[in-house]
Design a binder for this molecule. Sequence first.
Ligand code: BGC
Length: 703
Amino acid sequence: MNQENEARINHLLGQMTVDEKIGQLNQYFPRKSLNAGLLRQGLAGSVINASGALSGQGYSGSGNAEGCNHLQQLALEARLKIPLIFGRDVIHGYRTVFPIPLGQAAAFNPELAGQAAAVAAREASADGIKWTFAPMIDIARDPRWGRVAEGSGEDPFLGAQMAAALVRGFQGEELSAQDKLVACAKHFVGYGASEGGRDYDQGEISEPTLRDVYLPPYQAAVQAGVGTLMAAFIDLNGIPATANRHLLTDVLRGEYGFDGFVVSDWDSVKELVNHGIAEDEAHASLLALRAGVEMDMVSGVYLKTLAGSLRDGKISLEEIDEAVRRILRIKLRAGLFERPFTDITRAAREQLTPESRQLARKFARESMVLLKNDSDLLPLSGFGTVLIAGNFVHAGAELYGTWTADGRPEDVTPLDEALRQVAPPDVRLRFAESPDLALSFAQYADAVVLVLGEHPLRSGENANVSDLGLPPGQAELVAAMAALGKPLVLVVFAGRPLAIPRQVAQADAVLYAWHPGIEGAAALGEILFGLEAPSGRLPITFPRATGQVPVYYNQKNSGRPLSVDGEFRTRYVDLPTAPLFPFGYGLTYTRFRYDHLRLSAETLRGQLEISADLTNTGTRPGRELAQLYIRDLVGSLTRPVRELKDYQYVTLDPGETRRVRFKINEEQLAFTRADGTRGVEPGQFQVWIAPDSASGLPGEFRL
Ligand code: BGC
């Protein structure tokens, strides 16, 4: 903690009235018209979506910096001149839209994600924003939940790495630099476990699972210095996250040492009444503030009720002061007192630069996952006429995906045009969006690429599905096209894993493109025509059917796993037990062989090295993601059948062999034990160096 800032905060607290203090806890949304009086009296600490709400209200100039500056001016007319912090959902890019977060995770490249976050911070801050409601770091094991698109998938290790990299990317080294944003790790915590994949619903997570699966990304975000967190909408184990003092205070502040502030989710303080845990708005405010929610997003109930509760002796001034202190701390750290206004000339220079587009292209490429490639159909070559068909043929802003309020349709090259630009000159491309046209054009094509999948509005907040199949009509098109017998490539755009076993069987090649962002179409073209090779891996298990959900790789073994003989085993009678594609899976345009796993010792003392030879056995150079998994064979609580502990990309020429080396130490084997403490338990461990979570070279060691 910075002593100078703390002294400044104390000084300010000494001057503030109760109303001004409570004002800092209030995040204001200028819904229809602007309440200038509220700002002039210092009754808002933050404004959300100022730029969106102000558009069309006569502000000119670059972006919306001018609008934010105007609001800031009003706030600085207040007695104590405490600047506002402008918040907005800058989720996977701003003007330069990067792949959706789930696609970003598929690149298994946190560093690249950090670079993209830094671009988003620069662009958004040029429009007056200083606080993003990102990264979303909720572990998700249920692809029916629409918000699976917004996070890094199912794995706590990858999730924690992505969380830390994104926080560092948004915030940079120096939060007060004009091109950085305060990050907000959300939604604390367990939001991904809402039952049935229904957003906002309840969930139950045991304490060990919470600690070993759902919390690690949050701990990583705090360690990376995240300035704020957002409380989740979920009712977790009977306590809505917005009112959970144990998690928000004991764990987050007590155990992790978090010194920033927590914002509620949209209206979630007020919604404690609907949850049936608060009698009325005043009670809701008390519960949330006491739990550790310092800022009330939009609902206005802190402003409305806290002063009364203070008068009635239901809350102390110290409790309010502590909340204000945390908010002022972040405002000071963010440099808002020194630089409350945004230079309105920045946007034109700093948004959507050629470099940021290039980064978006690279990221889109790295995010795509090749799931099938029979007879090496991809990359396409030797086909005179290629038909591109499906509902994404003319996709423009549809490539952006969910949460892209600031991506503009005019900035994206539509898919057909982008493919034309990238395709080799000797390939004739034909395009057809409607199924009828596609089927008739296909007669004259030498190969067919179907580009289909989910519209972005079918994923993201509150966009849950009960059926993980392709959207209506698309399966029929795939089947009809497959019946023609032409070489068939399926490119799937989606915000979630779709359960598409039949379509995978019908197509010769399948490429999963998620929603790839502003340069996604060109990136796709580069992969289809072999200018680049795919290298993404699944950050989440792909189910065979909706009814197989939840299905994830780091499950427990059960007493009757498939690996033992017998009839009564953990299975479905109408479905294979294995998922369609396991976590970590992905192909490329060459093949790799793993041999000669070696461990530096039989017993882990301090550290152990695990290594294997990796050989490119194909005819093209390629990039392979070698993954390190372990299994703790016996524990005081049952342990997952596999856990990812590390990974690394290796690029090899045809015929080249290289030894990949991983190190593992005791801390990496720790877990939440039966007595609730975290630590290791001596015993036997399995280890794999593997191309995915369902295969690999096995070894064993003892601890
Ligand atoms: C979402 C948050 C988001 C907030 C502000 C809520 O509905 O759950 O993720 O940051 O709105 O837009």
